[in-house]
Design a protein around this ligand. Structure first.
Ligand SMILES: [Zn+2]
Ligand SMILES: [Zn+2]
Length: 79
């Protein structure tokens, strides 16, 4: 069992479901002060995320893959 530790502010806490975990991204958390996004250079915080934090909900799968590909991920899109 491990505890999630935020690499942004060092806060230590259990995972989002209350179960201690290290599977959840811990670059930043709700306790972090606003940080500058390394990708777009905009300021973002837990309550005001920058444009990189795209919500894929309701988005077509092809669009999701396009966004990931644009972000530099190899999503294996057949040519
Ligand atoms: Zn934090
Ligand atoms: Zn960004």
């Amino acid at each position: 069992m491990s505890i999630m530790t935020c690499r942004g502010c060092g806060a230590t806490k259990p995972g989002p479901d209350g179960t201690p975990t290290d599977c959840f991204p811990s670059e930043h958390c709700g306790q972090c002060p606003p940080w500058r996004c390394e990708t777009c250079g905009d300021m973002c915080s837990a309550s005001d995320l920058c444009g990189c934090w795209i919500t894929f909900e309701g988005m077509a799968f092809a669009d999701v893959k396009a966004h990931l590909a644009a972000a530099g991920f190899d999503v294996g899109v057949p040519s």
